[in-house]
Design a protein around this ligand. Structure first.
Ligand code: SIN
Length: 280
């Protein structure tokens, strides 16, 4: 039904909770366009009580927005290589996604979006934070915007997914492959969103190694400033998970961070990642 989906923003810079739609049912064109509009406007959208979202239905929903990614370093679910099971067992110390990042920025064509579904949530904690990189860019001075305009940065999975990298070690409960020889890809530091035309910062602490044409040491001061600036509270929202909730975020313009504050409890999520374009 057209106009049937209610949209409730949860913070100033980004994030909105949507209600009035069952994502396990095929979306009508009108529903798709309302959800797409909310996604582009709010950068991350949330749905609660999606208890019928089987793996096939989660994939079908995500596929309305693009083709699905198969992660090169983390094994997918048996029978569903495009779905990642993100599980933290009660005894696990580290968690997947426990640092600010944008999914798959280490690929030549990074992710458009990710659809994360909660199967089991701890009684407290385990929230996910999001940060609008469009708002972070817009808050910079004109001088800094001009400086960044011509810069590119090098992204790679090497640091996170090498044998000693955080993302490989955090995976006792997931099958992770290591990435000692992961390739490097260059992306603009400021990218223009292909659908909205809005500019946003496109570097992140997990996968951005340095600026193109500079050493890591030379890059560090400005990258450190951008990483600090980009997670300022003004640009963030926080989602409190409930069982069968869904978050759908736009990796082209926001970062996310899975909090690790629920020792002794299990958290089980399932993610579909949608392929995107080469950033420009
Ligand atoms: C992720 O980084 O995709 C995981 C986010 C989460 O588990 O909250």
């Amino acid at each position: 039904m057209s106009g049937s989906i209610h949209v409730q923003p949860i913070a100033g810079a980004l994030g909105a909770e949507l209600s009035g739609v069952d994502l396990s049912e095929p979306l009508s064109d009108a529903q798709f366009s309302e959800i797409h509009h909310a996604f582009l406007t709010h950068q991350v959208i949330f749905f609660r009580d999606q208890s019928a979202l089987t793996p096939d239905k989660q994939k079908a929903f995500a596929q309305r927005f693009g083709t699905l990614n198969v992660h090169p370093y983390v094994s997918g679910m048996p029978g569903h290589p495009e779905l990642l099971e993100i599980i933290k067992e009660p005894h696990d110390k580290l968690n997947f996604g426990g640092g600010w990042h944008s999914d798959m920025s280490f690929q030549e064509t990074p992710a458009l979006g990710s659809v994360l579904y909660a199967l089991e949530v701890p009684p407290y904690g385990g929230d996910t934070l999001f940060a609008s990189q469009a708002a972070a860019y817009e808050a910079l001075s004109d001088g800094m915007k001009t400086l960044l305009e011509g810069l590119n940065a090098i992204h790679s999975a090497r640091r996170e997914y090498s044998a000693r990298g955080a993302s490989a070690q955090d995976r006792q409960s997931m099958s992770a492959k290591t990435a000692e020889d992961a390739p490097e890809f260059e992306h603009p530091v400021v990218r223009t969103h292909p659908d909205t035309g809005r500019k946003g910062l496109y570097v992140n602490p997990a996968f951005t190694l340095r600026f193109s044409g500079m050493t890591r040491q030379e890059s560090r001061p400005l990258l450190s400033f951008l990483f600090e600036h980009s997670r300022d509270e003004r640009f963030t929202c926080r989602f409190r998970w409930t069982e069968h909730a869904v978050a759908f975020w736009d990796n082209r313009c926001c970062w996310h961070y899975a909090l690790n504050d629920y020792p002794g409890y299990r958290r089980h999520m399932r993610r579909a990642t949608i392929n995107g374009d080469r950033p420009v």
